[in-house]
Design a protein around this ligand. Structure first.
Ligand code: ADP
Length: 263
């Protein structure tokens, strides 16, 4: 069936990716093992010349392997998040210039922050890239122009509110909502958007990883993502993050956090 074919193609893509990485990693390990073997033999036969050269080869290969796994970790977003209280409206406001440049001239940008929104718990850097991902998706959905609204609001979820979004836990949240007036999505597309590598964009333009990264980030932050969309009308993606207590006024990090920095 079509579904099975799609699944197979996805597995093929994952296979190619991991195969390439495993090959590179293996080359680096071969460098380390080879250098260590030579050093062992030389030490056994009492030859101490040139040892520093082989040590250097082993060290450089090991460092390259470590750098590769670091990149992989960053890619899979499983590195530990630096979650702290973030002043949500300050962070959103600080993105204005970057976002309007990203959107270009044909898309109007509205930033509508609710004054009631205070602090949320999140990794500020990852939150910025999540918002950027959502804004790029919104832009791509409006090829002939439109309006993007980036809004914040507080939300209190009760147990029964979570019905449509099983991951949603009751509690106090800050919500960051990205609304576009673009193409919207059919129910079929909507049901697949969080799958890694799912994309409707032409080859080379979409990776199919944007929304799965946003989803992973939200879940790791004890939040969730809700999407409403209608074909021809547009889409709203809401990122729910747990509300945080304001940090103490004497906190030395406060100015940096207010500025939307990492703290
Ligand atoms: P990519 O953007 O690389 O395709 P994503 O995971 O970010 O990967 O998105 C997956 C798919 O979800 C997109 O290809 C598109 O079909 C759909 N999508 C995401 N955001 C929107 C949006 N704002 N409007 C319409 N469709 C969207």
């Amino acid at each position: 069936t079509e579904e099975a074919l799609r699944q197979a193609q996805k597995m093929e893509a994952v296979g190619q990716l991991t195969g390439g990485i495993a090959h590179d990693f293996n080359n680096m390990l071969t460098g380390v093992i080879g250098a260590v073997d030579i050093m062992k033999r030389r030490l056994a036969s009492g030859r101490f010349d040139d040892l520093d050269r082989f040590l250097e080869v082993a060290s450089v290969s090991a460092q390259r392997a470590a750098a590769l796994t670091q990149r992989l970790l960053a890619f899979s977003r499983r590195q530990s998040l630096d979650s702290r209280p973030v002043h949500i409206n300050a962070l959103v406001g600080s993105l204005h210039d970057l976002l309007s440049r990203t959107l270009g001239e044909s898309v109007a940008l509205d930033i509508a922050c609710d004054e009631q929104v205070g602090w949320g718990t999140a990794d500020a850097n990852q939150l910025e890239s999540a918002i950027l991902n959502l804004v790029i998706n919104a832009r791509d959905a409006m090829p002939t122009g439109g309006r993007l609204t980036l809004a914040t609001r507080p939300a209190v979820l009760k147990a029964q509110d979570a019905a449509g979004t099983p991951e949603a836990k009751p509690g106090r949240y800050v919500v960051i909502a990205v609304t576009d007036t673009g193409t919207g999505m059919t129910a079929d597309v909507l049901s697949k958007v969080f799958e890694p590598f799912f994309t409707t964009k032409p080859v080379g333009l979409g990776t199919g990883l944007g929304l799965s990264m946003v989803y992973g980030f939200a879940r790791q932050s004890d939040g969730h993502v809700a999407i409403t969309s209608a074909p021809g009308e547009g889409t709203t993606v809401e990122l729910f993050l747990p509300a945080a207590e304001p940090p103490g006024e004497t906190d030395a990090d406060l100015p940096a956090r207010l500025a939307g920095g990492e703290g």
